[in-house]
Structure formats: structure tokens, C-alpha cells
Write a protein that binds this ligand. Sequence first.
Ligand SMILES: Cc1ncc(COP(=O)(O)O)c(C=O)c1O
Length: 420
Amino acid sequence: MGKEVFEKYESNIRGYCRKWPVELVSAKGSIYKDVNGNEYLDFFDGAGALNYGHNPEYIKAKLIEYLQNDGIVHSLDMYALPKEKFIDYFENKILKPRNLEYKIAFAGPTGTNAVELALKLARKVKGKPDIWAFTGAFHGMTLGALSLTTEQAARDAAGVPLNNTVHIPAPYSMGGNFDTIAYMKEILEDDHSGYGKPSAIIIETVQQEGGIYVFSEQFLQDLRAFCDENDILLICDEIQIGCSRSGTFFSFERANIVPDIVCMSKSIGGYGLPLAITLFKKDLDVFKPGEHNGTFRGCQLSMVSALAALEMTVNEDIPNKVKQKEKMVKEYLEREIKPLLSDNMEIRGIGLTWGIDFKDGKMAREVLDECFKKNLIIELAGREDSVLKIMPSLVIADELLLKGLEIIKKATMKVLKNRK
Ligand SMILES: Cc1ncc(COP(=O)(O)O)c(C=O)c1O
């Protein structure tokens, strides 16, 4: 039957397959293979869930061994050995060296669940219904998280009002001249502003779906101070930018700030397996047993792969490797791509997440299509999908990284030339 099965029986809701209409069958490292044996270079990284590439040997071996020994796979939140080992390693090798003291809650199984848990906790602790987020934010698709997500098409699909969220213009608004902190101060102090105090402010330190906007260290520090001064919790959504993508394990390390609540998912599972966790300062743990629940919070296979991924992070010093690859990408983009672009177009990024903002969704899509013709899988982000989003695995071989960048350059040249 082939691909028609999807078209005939699967809902119209399917999305990514429309950009890359191939039927995949296997994958290794940064290479996908389709059913016809064609190979595709992956600059999409499972939307950030595959920071260690496809089927990394180290993690795979641990998973196979675990399955072969009939290790427990499903256990809700009953105590289980892989979960114990994951928590212990996370505490001692990730949190303690960074002087972070957090409790961990398993939300499950996907990123939006970690956000829902964070929202529930923040409102329970502070007692205020509102949460503030920033324009351009993406935090998930379930109702609570969706109320924070700004993409209009996704919001329109909710079918109900998305309440109790206020979107504050991000610092890049108004051509980068917007003083977000001053604005928040003013609306909080003005008893005629119409705004109430929120329980929390949620932020991605680098807006990914919003179009690869890297918030400055100063802004993040000012935001932390603003939250402290006003008794507001700060939530960092690390779901896409965390797990070393920005060059440090937690992206907020760059600004030397400590959020009150941290949401993680995607690559925390290590192998593309589902895992979502919410971390919070110990004094915030006001939950009663079972107040937030879910059948798939305890996939022990995910715990096995998550532990192995953390071991890779520490043993191979992946954050440091990202910094080296960041240099390569940044230099290439500035040297080879920037001169091709018009003045209004921008290149933005950090670590191994970069965007070429064509300021024109149609043009960006044409570049994506050209890249796909050359067997490069790459995604779009941002306003009207105008940003080509470069997001390879963190352990991609340098030759493949360069190969992908060269495909992007040629695709950009072709599209821009056709436009002249
Ligand atoms: C920053 C951020 N938060 C939350 C989510 C939601 O995660 P999920 O799609 O696993 O529910 C995403 C997904 O792309 C994300 O990028």
C-alpha cells in the first residue's frame, strides 16, 4: 500500500510529513534512511529530542541489555531501579556540581505535560491565576501550555478561550527597542494598568519555535531580579533548548541565574524515548500525593536511556563539544551565508541552534524545499515560518555538519537568484 495508507487513513492533522514526504525505515547518527534506501541528512533532530543522534551505540547497548533481562518497563510511579539510578545520577552529576537544589517530579510523557505540572505548581504556591509569558513563546499544545503558546493557528484550534495568561512583548519587539523589564514594572505598579500580579513568568532563554531569539544574559538576570523583587516565580522551559543544546547543560547557566521551576523533556529521554520532568526548589514542594498524575510517567526504558544520555554528557563533555561546533557553524554562516542575504535578513543563534531569518515565509519554504531536494531534512520556525532552523544533533561529525551547511548555502543562492 505504501504512503497512501497515511493519506487515506491518517487525520489531516499530520504535519511534518508534508514537508518531507518520505517514509522512514531506519536511522543512525545524523542519517535517516527511507524505504527506498535513500539517505537524508538530519538537521532537524526530532525537534530537539535527538541531541545524541539516532540510535547512539552507548545508549542502545544499555537499552538492549535492559530489555534482554526483562527489566520492568511500565511501573507508573512505583519505585523502580532504573528511576532510582536516573534520579541519583541527575542529582549528583548534574545538579550538585551546579549548586542546584531541586526536587524532581515526573510529568508524563511529553514536554507539554512538564509545563502543565509547572503551571499547576506555580498557581498552587502563589495563588494567582495568571502566568506571564513572552510574545513568540512556545510551551506546548495542551490547554494550559497552549494558553502560553503564541502561534495563532495553534491557539485558534483550541476552540475555547485560552485564559489566565498575559503575553509581554519580548525584548526584540519594536525593532529591538522594547524595554520589556521597564514595561513589566510599569504594569505591575500602575493600579490602572488592568493587569494583576502573576504567579509566575515562564521563559525559554532562547525562543526556538518563535524564531531562534537568544535572550541576553543581562535580560535574563534582570528578569530574575524582577521576579525576586515582586514575589513571582520564574519558570525556565528547557524542553527544547536544554540538555546542552546552547553550550551548557541548562541553558540558564549562561546567565548565572537559578529559576524556581525548570521544565525538561525531549532530549532528557536520550534516545527519542518519552520522558518529561519538572524541577522545582525544595520549598515549593506543596503537592499532595497523586495531585498530578499520568499513566506514562514511569517508562523505565526512558529512565535507562536518560541515565545513559547523562553519562554521555558528563563522560564526553558534550557541552564543551557544542561550544566547539558552535564556532564552526557561526563562522560558516557569517562568512558564507550572511553576504548572500539582504540587509533586513538576520542570522541568529547560539550553541547548535541557529536561524536564518529570511523575513519571508515563502522564501524560507523555497529554501527548505531546495535543501530537501539535496536530501537535507531541515525545519522552519518563527513568524510566518520565515526562519530556516539549523538544529543538528550535538554529536554530529564535523564533515556532515559542513555538508549540511553547504547544502543550505547552495539552496539559499538558488532561491535568492531566482528571486532577482
Ligand atoms: C520550548 C518547548 N516547550 C514545550 C514543548 C512541548 O513539548 P511536546 O511537544 O513534547 O509536548 C516544546 C515542543 O516543541 C517546546 O519546544
